[in-house]
Design a protein around this ligand. Structure first.
Ligand code: NAD
Length: 279
């Protein structure tokens, strides 16, 4: 069994971004990401801080907009308009979730697709569906990097994705299809989940339930990617997969922490560089 080391691979990607940023700076373009946070959700504040730190490491300028919990949707949309029109801003990220009085769809729709480094805008999702170039959601894009940089052959493989969220499951399935896998998407209404998973050469689990997937779901020598992030009853971090139970069956597996988690921010940096190079 081989551990897929997300920490190491994400560091390599951040180093590549750092070099690419320096090249852009030499040409007179300073890559710049605007990060908007509305309210004081503690988890969101941590995510935003980590994104700012990664920008600093990669020579990407970050602009921070920390807005009051009671900011109206109109005010937020106005700020997005301003950043869309600002040529010195290459990427715009609005940290989700937003307070309940703000409609997330309106906000995502307002970000220029050319600056949508999270890859959530319908134009970028459409580009992914039709095989055009665009920004891809960071977590699934990071999983493709993990597989490729760990020499996992994807073409022709049976891939099962558990989860159909817009942020992980759906773009993940489309990316695996683009990489020529035969893809099955499972969700909360799937019948015979175990049987379907048992067929997977590559099993990607984004179900949001701690240690849900055990050895009874996994085919011998499968590659298992665990997207989940949880804290168990002992405050220990764990994923959607029961690592200890499956580790002797799989050929490769991502651990939690240190697997998929660090890739999300690294891919955000990569998207900001892409946005800056396009500019
Ligand atoms: P979500 O809750 O939006 O989606 C969960 C999906 O699982 C749904 O599509 C649902 O249909 C499916 N599901 C639920 N119960 C099921 C069942 N019994 N059988 C089969 N399918 C079932 O979650 P999400 O946003 O896609 O995130 C999934 C997990 O990944 C969460 O633990 C989240 O914290 C984690 N996550 C990690 C990162 C990262 O950077 N590592 C990024 C995003 C999400």
């Amino acid at each position: 069994m081989e551990i897929i080391d997300g920490k190491k691979i994400s560091s390599e990607i951040k180093e590549e971004c750092k070099e690419a940023a320096l090249k852009l700076i030499e040409k007179g373009i300073t890559p710049c990401l605007a990060v908007i946070l509305v309210g004081n959700d503690p988890a969101s504040s941590i995510y935003v801080n980590n994104k700012k730190k990664a920008c600093e490491f990669c020579n990407i300028k970050s602009l921070s907009y920390e807005l009051d919990e009671n900011t109206s949707e109109e005010e937020l949309l106005k700020l997005i308009d301003k950043l869309n029109d600002d040529d010195s801003v290459n990427g715009i990220l609005v940290q989700l979730p937003l307070p309940k009085h703000i409609n997330e769809d309106h906000v995502i729709d307002r970000i220029s697709p050319l600056k949508d480094v999270d890859g959530f805008h319908v134009n970028n999702v459409g580009a992914l569906c039709t095989g055009l170039d665009g920004f891809v959601s960071c977590t699934p894009a990071g999983i493709i990097e993990l597989l490729k940089r760990s020499n996992v052959d994807i073409t022709g493989k049976n891939c099962v994705v558990i989860g159909r969220s817009n942020i992980v499951g759906k773009p993940m399935a489309l990316l695996m299809l683009r990489e020529n896998a035969t893809v099955t998407i499972c969700h909360s209404k799937t019948v015979n989940l175990k049987d379907i998973c048992k067929n997977a050469d590559i099993l990607i689990v984004a179900i949001g339930k701690p240690r849900f997937v055990d050895s009874s779901f996994v085919k011998k020598d499968a590659v298992v990617i665990d997207v989940g992030i949880h804290r168990d009853e002992n405050n220990k971090m764990c994923g959607d997969v029961n690592f200890d139970d499956v580790k002797d069956i799989v050929s490769k597996i991502t651990p939690v922490p240190g697997g998929v988690g660090p890739m999300t921010i690294a891919m955000l940096m990569k998207n900001v560089i892409k946005a800056s190079e396009r500019y």
